[in-house]
Design a protein around this ligand. Structure first.
Ligand code: MN
Length: 292
């Protein structure tokens, strides 16, 4: 198998706020080469790098908003997020947990710091990743996969205690916790200093890393520090990640969906007409109702 090389190491740009609770660096679509088309099926990635929120009785977050045509994946590294949706669903995403929400035909939801956590405040660190759906599944019914950390399969790498959490897809033949509509691998490598992990995905799969903690060297030569995004090329399958400090690395690799993308705000469809329909359906209340 050929080595997959590093295409770009992208530093975090200036953060912006989503609502008042998520202070994020946008890596996908971004302005440094990781466009929706380039990264498909990964069409948006916002990264709340570790940031300390002060305690408050008014939880910060983002109010009621719709989604259609894709899935939102929220990974909580530090802090707690509460969510509620127009289907009557709700829950808490705690440290180490993952929420895989299939918006598909449409949901309204809101996302806030969990009330008790918000009172105390503290360090908060999250990833929100949007995974595209193929045309045939864009209007399927919405659903949730609430994935608690203790249900995520973990592959032990060595005696040092390095592990790979398999959120979705497979790692070393271990299947992940989440089901997906198209082939998607989503892994958390938790590597002790000096440990290394190998990864292999079909060359056409679009692949990237986010260095959540620590620092790493890819393929023995490319250094990436904390909070950086590593865009991998499509010139081979296999690459290695070595931790030069205790590290946490989010690894994503997915089969591209070869369909047109028409995106506007919270809607990601295939055609402009479908976007117009999404706005009309939203304005006519077809996404349901949710109190602010
Ligand atoms: Mn949302």
């Amino acid at each position: 198998m050929a080595t997959r090389s590093v295409e770009a190491i992208i530093r975090p740009g200036s953060p912006h706020y989503v609502g008042d609770g998520f202070r994020v660096h946008n890596f996908i679509p971004g302005n440094q080469g990781a466009s929706m088309q380039r990264m498909n099926p990964f069409i948006m990635l916002d990264y709340n790098s570790k940031y300390r929120f002060a305690g408050t009785d008014k939880p910060r977050g983002v109010g009621v908003h719709p989604h259609r045509g894709f899935e939102t994946v929220t990974i909580a590294y530090q802090g707690k997020v509460a969510h509620h949706d127009s289907g009557g669903g709700g829950g808490v995403i705690a440290q180490g947990d993952v929420q895989w929400m299939t918006a598909a035909s449409g949901v309204l939801h809101k996302e806030y710091h969990e009330k008790e956590w918000a009172k105390e405040g503290g360090p908060f660190q999250m990833v929100q990743l949007w995974v595209n759906l193929p045309a045939r599944d864009k209007m399927s019914p919405p659903k949730y996969q609430a994935i608690q950390n203790n249900t995520i399969p973990k592959v032990t790498l060595d005696d040092a205690g390095s592990t790979v959490e398999v959120i979705a897809g497979t790692y070393q033949d271990t299947p992940g916790a989440a089901s997906t509509f198209t082939p998607v691998n989503l892994l958390n490598a938790r590597l002790k200093k000096g440990s290394a992990a190998g990864f292999s995905f079909p060359a056409p799969y679009n692949t990237a890393l986010v260095v959540i903690e620590g620092s790493i060297v890819i393929n023995g030569k490319n250094q990436a520090p904390t909070d950086h995004f590593v865009l991998m090329a499509n010139d081979g399958e296999s690459f290695t990640v070595e931790a030069t400090d205790d590290a946490v690395v989010l690894v994503m690799s997915g089969e591209p969906i070869h369909e047109p993308i028409a995106a506007h705000g919270p809607f990601v469809m295939n055609t402009r007409q479908e976007l117009i329909e999404a706005f009309e359906d939203f304005n006519q209340g077809k996404f349901g109702y949710l109190e602010d």
